[in-house]
Design a protein around this ligand. Structure first.
Ligand code: HEC
Length: 195
């Protein structure tokens, strides 16, 4: 009977591995927090900003009340499950956003996952009243990206060997004739003039 109490070899190994994982996770967490607290610059810099108009402010309240944050993140709130909408206004115009919310698939020009017709989970969005959709679209268009943000049209300032390598590896030869590299454009479009 006593032998039933002691761990088998395999159990000991599994138990040991689990302990090692937990110890590493705790050490990693403590080290990261300690570094974060004394670091002068934030580890993950925020590269988006916003300056809300009255309608945009109303839209931000509707955005929160309409369960958009169940799938999206905006102004640092919400989840990382779907697309982050921070910087959305530097990606698309207010009109595009409004059209997307009203008629997602036609605006995307391809099938969508959650927006669109029932039973898709976010299909309820397209049946909102026009005023409500316009307020939300205005809010999202006022979420702007700084250069170098994931949602910004321009990559980070300065030369990046990494981007050169990626372009070299993934951009087909004929693209180089068809498209101009945004980094070589003379004057990058001023981010806030797109409104
Ligand atoms: C169930 C999850 C879900 C909910 C709820 C949801 N969305 Fe989305 N949203 C998505 C997904 C996924 C996409 C990508 C398009 C697609 O496949 O549907 C998207 C795309 C978008 C886009 C286009 C972004 C881009 O750059 O292509 C906008 C704008 C947007 N959602 C706004 C909203 C707003 C406003 C609400 C609330 C009224 C909302 N969403 C609620 C999941 C959701």
């Amino acid at each position: 009977m006593a032998s039933g109490q002691s761990l088998k070899q395999g159990e000991k190994i599994l138990f040991g591995i689990t302990i090692v994982f937990v110890v590493f996770a705790v050490i990693g967490y403590v080290a990261l927090e300690a570094y974060r607290m004394q670091a002068e610059k934030p580890i993950f810099g925020v590269k988006t900003h916003y300056d809300l108009s009255d309608l945009g402010h109303k839209g931000s309240e509707l955005f929160r009340a309409s369960r958009c944050t169940a799938c999206h993140r905006a102004m640092g709130n919400g989840t990382n499950m779907g697309l982050s909408l921070d910087g959305q206004g530097s990606k698309h115009s207010k009109e595009w956003i409004y059209d997307f919310l009203r008629d997602p698939e036609a605006t995307y020009g391809s099938p969508t996952v959650d927006h669109g017709y029932p039973p898709k989970e976010a299909s309820y969005v397209s049946s909102f009243e026009q005023d409500k959709l316009m307020a939300i679209a205005t809010f999202l268009s006022e979420l702007r990206a700084d250069q170098g943000a994931a949602s910004a049209p321009m990559p980070p300032e300065g030369h990046s060997g990494f981007i050169d390598n990626m372009v070299g590896a993934f951009a087909p030869e004929d693209w180089k004739q068809k498209y101009q590299d945004v980094r070589e454009r003379p004057a990058p479009e001023q981010e806030d003039s797109a409104q």
